[in-house]
Design a protein around this ligand. Structure first.
Ligand SMILES: CC(C)(COP(=O)(O)OP(=O)(O)OC[C@H]1O[C@@H](n2cnc3c(N)ncnc32)[C@H](O)[C@@H]1OP(=O)(O)O)[C@@H](O)C(=O)NCCC(=O)NCCS
Length: 187
């Protein structure tokens, strides 16, 4: 499969539409990030009120490099109804020897708790299993990140462990909840 940044892949359903990040998404990304500082910024340090166009374009360029290199597959999630940007979901931290990757997600604050992260993440996970040949997908969340943990379960992943010092957060090693998702776990 060609992992070209212009690759015209589109995933989705009646509610969400997912495409690889494109520089045309930058304005909407800046708005969505700035609107989500309270809930997303609490867990993801790049989500700050001063997030600007340089940061957005740098992120999108990184995503396009990731598609080209075949080691990071990040999607912009948009509303199928009106095209507005809802958030982002991606597969990263590829471990090719074991065909494993990490699944990450964030949802714009005003659009949370509608099942949209679950739907979008399931599309990306299915893409990972079916198109990338992954065997296992991991979701790793801080133990007190209730929304992320509930989302992992709702996607179909199983809680496996609290892994000691699994994440480095602001320079501090932190224990984290690890969830494992297999193809057969998806609905
Ligand atoms: C995690 C996140 C993407 C969930 O997005 P969402 O669109 O609200 O998720 P969904 O609507 O699909 O809900 C999935 C589950 O999470 C639960 N949930 C969502 N927000 C929650 C919250 N704030 N507290 C507790 N549970 C929550 C939902 O109730 C649902 O569980 P249920 O079906 O058992 O009731 C969103 O909260 C977010 O962007 N968080 C900040 C970024 C982040 O932490 N990313 C993960 C890093 S590991």
């Amino acid at each position: 499969m060609e992992h070209d940044p212009q690759y015209t892949i589109e995933l989705g359903d009646a509610r969400v539409r997912l495409r690889p990040w494109n520089h045309a998404d930058a304005d909407a990304l800046v708005d969505a990030v700035r609107d989500s500082v309270d809930s997303v910024g609490r867990w993801l340090p790049w989500c700050r009120a001063d997030y600007g166009h340089d940061a957005a374009h740098a992120w999108i360029a990184r995503c396009q490099d990731g598609w080209q290199a075949g080691n990071h597959f990040a999607f912009a999630v948009r509303s199928a109804a009106d095209g507005s940007l809802l958030g982002g979901v991606g597969l990263n931290q590829f471990e090719p020897i074991h065909r494993r990757a990490n699944l990450g997600y964030w949802m714009r604050q005003a659009c949370q708790r509608r099942g949209l992260a679950t739907a979008a993440a399931q599309h990306v996970a299915r893409f990972g299993f079916e198109q990338l040949g992954l065997i296992r997908i991991e979701i790793v969340a801080l133990p007190d990140n209730a929304a992320s943990r509930a989302t992992a379960l709702r996607i179909g992943a199983r809680f496996e462990s609290i892994a000691r010092q699994r994440l480095l957060v602001e320079g501090q090693p932190r224990d984290a909840a690890v969830y494992g998702l297999l193809r057969s776990d998806l609905p």
